[in-house]
Ligand binder design. Structure first.
Ligand code: KE4
Length: 425
């Protein structure tokens, strides 16, 4: 078997940057990425035969750990019947029934193949349903690589957006308003300026593509009320937090009802998936019922549905969320206490089985706060932990994930390494 470095050299000749998704290239933390040849439970085995305790969990899907027996058997059973039919299949119905049962605001759901497809469809649906063009998003929230959402804030707080990626036309960017997260007054002002042209607001209710930040008290309720008042669609992007922070996601924890919710990751059990769900009255504007077109060759793929159904049913069996919360608190407490003990400025936001570490003495509530945290110290910490066998997400702007498989000792071992490495910084 080739080593990671050999594989990376070959990959770079044929795949842009040697990776099929940019964050995997370690550009943010420096160095070169390892290649994984297999994964089991809480552990990745690299092409160099190193075993790593994994806190990326393939960016969220592996809430039961890697290669979970139940999920693997569900895929194997579905595989006996074929891989893709291109027609409706029984698994899609069961998946829809599970999502409607678990996510409070979802009355109808459409399966797609990635989180990006889900958010792309959500904003098209909001625009088609309201007949309006503008979308509000928040700095630091990532919703996949959708043209209208790869937008950064314009020069002034309320100016229209500008492209945050090559290939996004200015003409499209100006339909997106980018505001700072956690500032309700800025949202009110945007509605004052553009109210009757704002189709919707899309946000990660717990932004986790900026590390991990939380809404201030009343913020989500304020967004809900503003959207209701102005007839705009409130979209919770729970691709990351759905089924992760609780069975019903952030909307269940916070008691806020969005109009649309985007989902992904966990509902595919590690196979390609995304979903858009919400009020039937809005969802029924999707083709073939309504005028908003959306489609997908592999949407509702039987293997992905079988894997996702198995993953959701394991969560419904009970016990998973309590165990995940206990491990989340264990790791956050151990790291935060060690930092206090040695006088190291550190923030460790944690909710359920998600956490991150910010090298900062100030709380982090916005993208600007996160940007101001010590990147160099994070990168050093990342590599030192990796050398010792703990794989944290390769960017200070990413969240860590814990799986139920971590409770077989990996979490204790990881706490040791994470705290020991803090002392060495
Ligand atoms: P995908 O298209 O990658 O399935 O989902 C896009 C997406 C949408 N919404 C949220 C809140 C997301 O976090 C994501 C994707 N998450 C990143 C991790 N931060 C995926 C990792 C990657 O880009 O390789």
């Amino acid at each position: 078997m080739s080593t990671s470095n050999e594989l990376f050299e070959r990959a770079k000749k044929l795949i842009p940057g040697g990776v099929n998704s940019p964050v995997r290239a370690f550009r943010s933390v420096g160095g070169t990425p390892f290649f994984t040849k297999k994964a089991n439970g809480a552990t990745l085995t690299t092409a160099d035969d190193r075993e790593l305790i994994d806190f990326v969990c393939t960016w969220g899907p592996a809430i039961h750990g890697h290669n979970n027996d139940t999920i693997r058997h569900a895929i194997a059973k579905a595989l006996e019947a074929g891989t893709s039919f291109g027609t409706p299949n029984p698994y899609e119905v069961e998946m829809a029934e599970l999502i409607v049962k678990m996510v409070p605001s979802v009355e109808k759901v459409r399966m797609v193949n990635s989180g990006t497809e889900a958010t792309m469809t959500a904003i098209r649906l909001a625009r088609g349903y309201t007949g309006r063009d503008k979308i509000i998003k928040f700095a630091g929230c990532y919703h996949g690589h959708v043209d209208s959402l790869l937008i950064s804030a314009g020069s002034g707080a309320l100016t229209l957006g500008k492209p945050d990626s090559g290939g996004v036309p200015e003409s499209l960017a100006k339909e997106t308003i980018v505001l700072p997260f956690n500032d309700l007054a800025k949202v009110e002002a945007a509605f004052e300026s553009y109210g009757d042209d704002i189709a919707g607001i899309i946000l990660e209710p717990y932004p986790a593509n900026v590390g991990l930040i939380f809404p201030k008290d009343g913020y989500l309720r304020g967004l809900r009320d503003l959207c209701s008042k102005h007839g705009a669609v409130l979209i919770f992007d729970e691709v990351m937090t759905g089924f992760r922070v609780s069975a019903g996601g952030v909307q269940e924890r916070e008691g806020i009802t969005p109009d649309l919710t985007t989902l992904g990751k966990i509902i595919g059990g590690g196979l390609p998936v995304g979903a858009l769900g919400g009020k039937a009255e809005i969802m029924d504007h999707l083709a073939p019922l309504g005028p908003v077109y959306q489609a997908g060759t592999l949407s509702g793929n039987p293997l992905a549905m079988a894997a996702g159904i198995a993953s959701l049913k394991l969560l419904l069996e009970g016990g998973a969320y309590a165990a995940l919360e206990t491990m989340g608190q264990q790791i956050a407490k151990a790291v935060a206490e060690t930092a206090r003990e040695i006088g190291l400025p550190l923030q460790v936001p944690q909710v359920a089985s998600m956490f991150c570490v910010y090298f900062s003495d100030a709380p982090v509530e916005t993208l600007d706060d996160a940007t101001a945290t010590d990147t160099q110290r994070f990168n050093t910490y990342f590599h030192r932990c990796l050398e010792k066998g703990v794989y944290l997400p390769p960017s200070k702007y990413e969240a860590n994930f814990i799986s139920t498989a971590h409770q077989q000792g990996a979490i204790d071992q990881a706490c040791e390494i994470l705290t020991e490495t803090l002392r060495e910084l």
